[in-house]
Each structure stands twice: as C-alpha cells, then as structure tokens.
Design a protein around this ligand. Structure first.
Ligand SMILES: [Cu+2]
Length: 516
C-alpha cells in the first residue's frame, strides 16, 4: 500500500538514535546460514524464559528480539520443539527499554473484559505472544491475544500452553499480537519457529534427512514507513545486490526444509533454481499440516504467515543452485514483492551417491479431518476484504466484513462479528473487493480450501492463512471458499484478520465467538 497511507503513524517521529545494543548481533551478509538455536521438550514439558528486547543498530534498523539465555550465550528467537500433548511453559518478560517511540502512544483502547497479564494501555512497548496455527485455546495464559498485555518493567508473564494430542506435526510459529503494534515488533525481528515433532511418522519421506529451519523475515529501513525493505533468512540480510546468504549441502543431498514466512507483508514465491532451471520440490506440509499426498511443485506460494515444508535436492558436484523468491503482483494499491535470491546453495563435502532409502507408504492416521470435504456444512457465510480511501480516520481504511454487516475497523471492545458453536461445520466464501491482495488468517483452527474463484480447488489443503488476489477493477472479485470445522475448535473468542500486519493493526480484523 502507499507510503502516504501510513501518515497515521508519521507522528511517531524519525529513526531513533543508535543506542546500546540490547539485542544479539545478527549475522553478516554472505555468510553461511545457521539454523536457529533449538530447544526441545523433555518428558512432555518445554520450559523456557524469553526476554523481549529492543535496540537500534548502527545502520538504523530497529530490532525487537526474543532473547534466550543458553548455557554459553544469549540467542534470539530459538526454535521451540514440542510433541503433541506436551505443555509449553514459556515465561515472557517485557524488557523493552529506551524506546523513544513508545512514549508517543497511539490511541488504542484496551479490550473489554478482565485483563490478562499486566493490563493497562496497549503501547508500542507492550507485548504478548500468539502461537500461530496452533489449535490451542484462546484463553489467558494460552493463546489469548485480545486481553493479554505484558508491560515493560513487570516481572513477566507465564504461558502454559497445552499442545493438543491431535496437533499435526509440522512448522508453526510465534510472534507478538498486540493490536495496533504487531507490525513494529515483528518487523523488528520478534518471531520464531515452533515445531511439533513426529513428521517422519506421517511422512516417512523425510525420515533420515537433514532438517533445516529457515525463518524468512522482513525489515523496513524505517520501521513504521513501508517502503524500502529487506528480506532476511535466519536474521541474515538477503541483499538485492552483493553477497547472498549461503546454504551448504552435500552434492546430490536431499534435505527437509521447513520455511516460515515471518515477513510482515511479503508474498513469497519460493523456488529452487539449479543452473538456471526450476527444480521440483517435494511438498510435504503447508501451514504445519502434512498434505494428504505429497506433491512436486517448482514454485510454492507462501503468503505472509504461511509455512511450507518440502524436500530439496542439491545439485551434483560443480552445479550451482539458488534459493529464490519470484516476484508477486499484489495489485495497484499493493506492495512491491520483488524477485530476489534468498540464498546461494553451495555444495560442499562428499557427494551423496546412494539413492535415498525407499519410503514406506505414508500413513494417514493422525492427520486431522481428511474426510472433511465429504461432510455437509451447517452454515454458509460470505466475507469480503475492502479498502476505502479518504475516510475520516486516516487516508485509507482496511476492512474485513461479514456480508450484510457494516464495514468497520476492528475495535478492541467490539462484539463478535460471528457467533457459532463448537461442532459447527461452516463454509465461508471470502472475497477480495480491494485493489490489493490480502491474506486471510483465522486463529485456533485450520480450514480446508474447497474452491478458488468458484471452481473446485486443485488441492483441498488444510491451511491457516491464504492469499486472495486483488480485484483488477473490472470483472468478478477473486474469492476462496473454505470449510471451517469448529468441531476441532476450542470454545472462546478469537480473531480472523488479514496477515499483512499493517492492515491488521489498522483494523482489518474481527472477532468470532465459538460457544461451547
Ligand atoms: Cu491485507
């Protein structure tokens, strides 16, 4: 969207002066990409303490960081590894200090109802955590983002997240979700991977392969002005010009890559190019959920907040390969999602000559609601994304609206736009009436893609985030029809929104109440 539309934020002022480096140093460009530090549950429990830090580096980039103390150093945003049925005990301290922008509070109302955590007014220095894609309850101390506020200077907040026994193995992620301020902290780097273990049991293709976790993030040059931005891979900048990050593989080796799109707005079109040619990737899972059947793709579109897990094969000795994101057109009022190299794949060491072990047939056991498409829906709904220029509360308004209701931006104390019940099965048709592509996301549950633009979808994948292309200005609106199975939903109030985080912060979000 236009930089001009951001002027609601412009009063936040210029880039803060470089300050003491509270956040760990990030890797230099052109170096070998390391996986994030990883911490795993033991005996069904993962206990960790994070401190949210903040600093501005010498280049003027604002960092937000989930700091974690290992036995030897402080790292940021480690990968959390749990198994279905585990408990994640995460203590989060808001250690943001010396953040000048935070003194200029935006006019954000607190949510109605009893506060969870420290309460008070949400500011750019407040934080909380959303466990994106996890089917956990939207309640205080688990995955409530509507009332949970952690404020600087408080002793910290204790999450005790009960991972459901039915949570599919796969890649999820965590990030802050304070309405009005989500973009700033995620843009600064506050986001990390969460892996639910056991993929090799459902998809034996990945058993024995080296696993890599790549978190693609985005950082604006100036954190609250969209415009020039850089993509990073595991915190290493992937520059448009100059030395690309390096991913090392053995010649001919197959690896299992788990890639999270933790950007604030970028639609990634992931490709592997070998000697300039597109190479198929074997897609294992999307948005954490194993596919009913794996499939080969040469491009994987991953909307902001989406995840893709796939098998990559390195070129033989002497070959060269590139991990690439192709340009994606987000429409006349959309952002520029440019093509660029994310990393150069460098072959090193001995070639892997033996063929990969033959996979045993995959088991569908444990994959949730494979037969969902055969069940009748009890309710049909239509929702749409839209934008309005020249409104009273800023140059542009972003709406997601239940058809028949009034277009309005999210208010923390609003009533739910949708009320349903645990056990309901609903079909939602979500249309995009804006001149810009949006990314639909709902908390707590996955949905099955039934139709795209009114035609049966090529793949009935289970997703938690999906792109809906922009309107060309004439002709029908693009749409997706998805099936929501509230039989898998916890009761409670949670949200659906666009996962372009600025849009969410500006109110392209509403609540859904799922009654017990
Ligand atoms: Cu959007």
């Amino acid at each position: 969207m236009f930089a001009a539309a951001l002027c609601g934020f412009c009063f936040l002022g210029p880039v803060a002066q470089a300050q003491a480096q509270d956040c760990p140093a990030r890797p230099a460009s052109g170096t070998v990409v390391a996986d994030p530090f990883s911490i795993a549950s033991q005996d069904g429990v993962l206990t960790a303490k994070f401190v949210m830090g903040h600093s501005v580096d010498a280049a003027g980039y604002t960092h937000y960081c989930y700091k974690y103390q290992t036995s030897t150093q402080i790292v940021e945003a480690p990968t959390l590894r749990v198994n279905p049925g585990d408990v994640l005990n995460l203590n989060l301290v808001d250690g943001i200090t010396n953040n000048d922008a935070g003194t200029m509070k935006m006019n954000m109302a607190a949510a109605s109802g009893p506060p969870c955590g420290d309460g008070g007014t949400p500011t750019i220095n407040s934080t909380n955590v959303h466990f994106h894609g996890m089917n956990v309850p939207p309640v205080c101390h688990q995955d409530d983002v509507l009332t949970t506020l952690i404020q600087p200077g408080s002793p910290g907040f204790q999450y005790g997240v009960q991972v459901p026994a039915f949570q599919p193995p796969g890649l999820y992620w965590y990030h802050p979700h304070v309405h009005g301020f989500t973009e700033f902290q995620v843009n600064g780097g506050a986001a990390g991977a969460l892996v639910v273990g056991g993929m090799e049991k459902l998809r034996p293709e990945v058993a024995g392969l080296t696993e890599r976790v790549f978190v693609i993030r985005q950082q604006y040059l100036v954190p609250w002005i969209p415009g020039p931005y850089l993509l990073t891979i595991n915190y290493q900048v992937a520059p448009f010009l100059g030395s690309a990050p390096i991913i090392q593989m053995k010649p001919g080796e197959k690896q299992f890559w788990r890639v999270a799109n933790a950007t604030i707005q970028d639609f990634l079109q992931l490709q592997i190019q070998v000697n300039g040619n597109l190479q198929p990737m074997e897609v294992i899972a999307l948005d954490g959920y194993p596919l009913a059947q794996t499939r080969n793709q040469t491009t994987i579109l991953v909307p902001p907040a989406g995840r893709a897990e796939f098998i990559v094969q390195a070129p033989p000795s002497g070959g060269s390969a590139v991990f690439f994101t192709n340009a994606y057109n987000t429409g006349p009022t959309g952002n520029l999602d440019l093509s660029q190299t994310l990393a150069n794949i460098q072959t090193t060491g001995d070639a892997v000559s033996a063929p990969m072990p033959k996979a045993t047939p995959p088991s569908a056991a444990g994959v949730k609601f494979l037969d969902l498409a055969q069940q009748p829906a009890t309710t049909q709904r239509k929702l749409y994304f839209s934008e309005e220029f020249g409104g009273t509360s800023g140059p542009i308004q972003f709406y997601v609206t239940v058809d028949g209701q009034k277009q309005k931006v999210f208010e923390p104390n609003e009533a739910p736009a949708i009320t349903t019940k645990v056990g309901a099965i609903e079909d939602w048709t979500i249309e995009n009436r804006a001149l810009e592509t949006h990314a639909f996301h709902i908390h707590q549950i996955h949905f099955r893609v039934l139709e795209v633009d009114g035609k049966p979808a090529a793949n009935n994948d289970l997703r938690d985030t999906i792109e809906i292309p922009y309107w060309e200005g004439k002709g029908p609106f693009h749409s997706v029809k998805v099936r929501m199975d509230f039989g898998q939903s916890p009761a409670g109030t949670y949200v659906f929104h666009c996962h372009i985080l600025l849009h969410e912060d500006l109110g392209m979000m509403h609540k859904i109440l799922v009654e017990p």
